[in-house]
Design a protein around this ligand. Sequence first.
Ligand code: COA
Ligand code: ZN
Length: 307
Amino acid sequence: MESIVITEVALRDGLQNQAVTVATPDKLQLIRLLAQAGVTSLEATSFVSPKAVPQMADAAELVPQVLSALPDLRMSVLVPNAKGLERAHAAGAQEIAVVLSATETMNRKNINMSLAQATDVSEQTLQAARARGLRTRAYVAVAFDCPFEGAVPLDVVAALSRRMLDAGAQEIVIADTIGSASPGQVKQRLGTLTQCVPAQQLAVHFHDTRAMGVANAWAALEAGIRRFDASVGGIGGCPFAPGAAGNVATEDLVLMAGQSGFRCGIDINGLLDAIAFAEQLLQRRLGGRAITWLQRQRDKGVAALAA
Ligand code: COA
Ligand code: ZN
């Protein structure tokens, strides 16, 4: 059976958009539940301006706690600039992700930089991170459509991906930030992108705004991609990208992959425990497309669906 790797992003992409502020011990507990479910790769937080994203103000407290509680977890943190890298490194983070949007306006709205500036800063941050022996990811955000500029040219996405790879990114994350991609487009874009970046170093990050998240993930699987971002319970949405819904739900992705012959080591019943806890924290119902059916299976005593 072939394997895929899922990077859980609920703690960062998911929580950054929530009205309720989640306390640091509760974030740690959610991470513990996810690790118990079999999650091995997780983006825990971002070292960004607390004014821009108040939910991430506790990044420097959370990271050392996760490192000591779960030393085997592969934990990444998002950093937008040199200051973010300094703070992440000081907190002990061993893996960072930079975020470069493929359009002028999205970079302005997200990190207050032009596209050229954001590209330079991301390159410098990656180089500095590699020099310190850190592992690196680079998001290429709005890699399909931009909420401000519309359709994003594929050659721009390809060129930025290549630049991030050359600057030392070990993984390039092609992000459908607003959830506008369709499976045909995913197939076409990844067909080209795998010519510029080795498929093993490409990851995909889908949002489920138009209910095509799982179908897009399948198109990516067929294009040879084996690394996926997902958010448990589908928590999420970007505060700087109007109209974006949450990420494709981890439980939906695990179900689809498992039923299609790909293992990821994650137990769906364990994810349901994490979702129940997150529902208490956020005081609302969570879950992706399959949640009702998955809960019914669990309640009937059906053993873990995928692992
Ligand atoms: N972490 C914490 N604080 C930071 C920071 C970082 N990585 N980078 C800058 N700051 C602080 C500066 O020290 C300064 O603080 P002060 O007002 O107390 O002096 C303030 O933020 C403004 O700094 P400046 O360099 O002028 O930044 P800016 O106002 O142009 O904002 C970002 C740029 C990148 C810091 C900000 O837009 C940001 O944090 N964006 C994150 C967006 C995000 O998380 N999006 C979702 C993920 S894709
Ligand atoms: Zn996202």
